[in-house]
Design a protein around this ligand. Structure first.
Ligand code: URP
Ligand code: ZN
Ligand code: ZN
Ligand code: ZN
Length: 469
């Protein structure tokens, strides 16, 4: 007998849409078809879409964020919010602490996540101190243990790597088969522009945008690609905000380089004008790269349509707004420079993409599945996730494609006290989220246990194989 049958729904994968019931045993999909027989539990999915559970491969949870600043989510609240947003796995970052062995820091994140997560968790690393110990020993050992991707930053004080360091890290990725994710913004250019804006008294949150204009991102994107080309290693440019950075990716691909792209909801539905709120309200939208304008939103849609972007992630990085440990920095530091960068979005990522994308016929349902789940699993070596097929984890989101929701903070489940997407109306919402065969959210109610989510070690990704083999 089966443990669970999801009955009467329309199943969609990155390749097909078809009518089938889904049979689950021991957390795995074991049957697809009609008349699957008996099961301990049956979930009725008539008039619903049965989709692979979302994988949000770019989230920040309980990550140290500077003196006095505290992220608004712990693993419990972030993974609860993720589940309500139709996600069955999230991929947060472990930020390397200077002077501390990477494995020690990783253990601290596991202590925060293990037993506290409603959905599955798989960590990326952030390399901030690329010394001999890190690159020669710690990082290769962790990659071997299934932490097969890491992010490097070209901006942020204390995090930004110089070009030599980028090359050393990329060479290590090539040797070890890890996937390199790059935050591409030119740190010196940002410092120059921010200093000049502050000297002119332009310190409101709005000036976060002008301190990080498009050439800052375009140049760093070009440089990251060039550095990766020098050592022949694939590279993923994360949170791309505009056409010019996209064109760098496309040009590199035309030349045969393995360069991948990620974009996020903020670049589809927010603009720089959102940061121009009264008083400090604009701080609610401060993230990096900053949202641009309508023309660049359109460009990002084209990037999703044409495959310039392989993955669509939230870059969930939640701070409270009305809080000195959040967006309103204490100590009289009112300049945009001190506003913590990042916005919440793990729960709203997929409804926004579904409604604005599939609903408005900008992308197909197959593209939606690829961008929300399948490509994330392939990109990062989650071999049992990201599709509905026999033998895969029963990670499933059941969507009501007709459900109309106006996004409101009061309806969300994250730890932040606002959503930057307040007031946006969407059609289509995930109503039931099933992680390895167990409902975590059912008909809009939390029914799962926070100890159900577990850490997933990953294989090396084919995306990370160098051109030279
Ligand atoms: O502003 C952002 N994106 N904050 C999160 C950290 C990062 O760079 O991804
Ligand atoms: Zn663990
Ligand atoms: Zn980043
Ligand atoms: Zn991020």
């Amino acid at each position: 007998m089966l443990d669970l049958i999801i009955k009467g729904g329309t199943v969609a994968t990155a390749a097909d849409t078809f009518r089938a019931d889904v049979g689950v045993r021991d957390g795995t999909i074991v049957a697809l078809g009609l008349d699957l027989g008996a099961a301990a539990e049956v979930i009725d999915a008539s008039n619903k879409l049965v989709l692979p559970g979302g994988i949000d491969s770019h989230v920040h949870i309980a990550q140290p964020s500077g003196e006095g600043i505290v992220m608004a989510d712990d693993f419990e609240s972030a993974t609860r919010s993720a589940a309500f947003g139709g996600n069955t796995a999230v991929m947060p970052f472990v930020l390397q602490e200077r002077g501390t062995p990477l494995r020690t820091t990783l253990a601290a994140y596991h202590a925060k996540a293990d037993g506290q997560s409603y959905v599955d968790v798989s960590f990326h690393l952030i390399v901030s101190e690329p010394n001999a110990q890190t690159l020669g020993q710690d990082l290769p050992a962790l990659i071997e243990d299934g932490y097969t991707s890491f992010k490097v930053f070209m901006t942020y004080e204390g995090l930004a790597l110089n070009d030599r360091e980028m090359l050393e890290v990329m060479a290590t990725a090539r040797e070890t088969g890890a996937l390199v994710m790059v935050h591409a913004e030119n740190n010196d250019a940002i410092r120059f522009l921010a200093d000049r804006l502050e000297r002119a008294g332009k310190t409101a949150p709005f000036f976060h945008g002008p301190s990080r204009p498009i050439p800052v991102e375009r140049e760093a994107t070009h440089r990251a690609i060039s550095l990766a080309e020098l050592v022949d290693v694939p590279v993923l440019i994360v949170h791309v905000s505009n056409r010019e950075a996209m064109e760098e990716i496309s040009r590199a691909r035309r030349r045969g380089l393995k360069v991948y792209g990620e974009t996020c909801p903020q670049y589809l539905v927010l603009t720089e004008k959102d940061m121009d709120g009264l008083n400090m309200e604009g701080a609610k939208y401060v993230c990096s790269p900053p949202p641009r304008d309508a023309a660049h939103q359109q460009a990002c849609w084209e990037g999703l349509q044409q495959g310039v972007f392989d993955v669509f992630s939230s870059d969930h990085c939640p701070f409270r707004y009305d809080d000195p440990a959040g967006k309103l920095n204490p100590k009289g530091r009112t300049s945009f420079r001190w506003v913590p960068n990042g916005i919440p979005g793990v729960e709203t990522r997929l409804p926004i993409l579904f409604s604005e994308g599939v609903g408005k016929r900008r992308i197909t349902l197959q593209q939606f599945v690829a961008l929300s789940a399948t490509n994330h699993a392939r990109m990062y070596g989650l071999t049992t996730k990201g599709s509905i097929a026999i033998g895969m984890d029963a990670d499933i989101a059941i969507w009501d494609p007709e459900r109309e929701v106006t996004i409101r903070q009061s309806g969300l489940h994250h730890g932040s006290d606002y959503t930057p997407y307040e007031g946006i109306s969407v059609k289509g919402w995930p109503v039931t989220t099933i992680v390895r065969g167990r409902p975590v959210v059912r008909d809009g109610e939390l029914v799962g246990a926070k100890a159900h989510g577990r850490h997933v070690a990953r294989a090396r990704s084919a995306y990370a194989t160098p051109r030279g083999g």
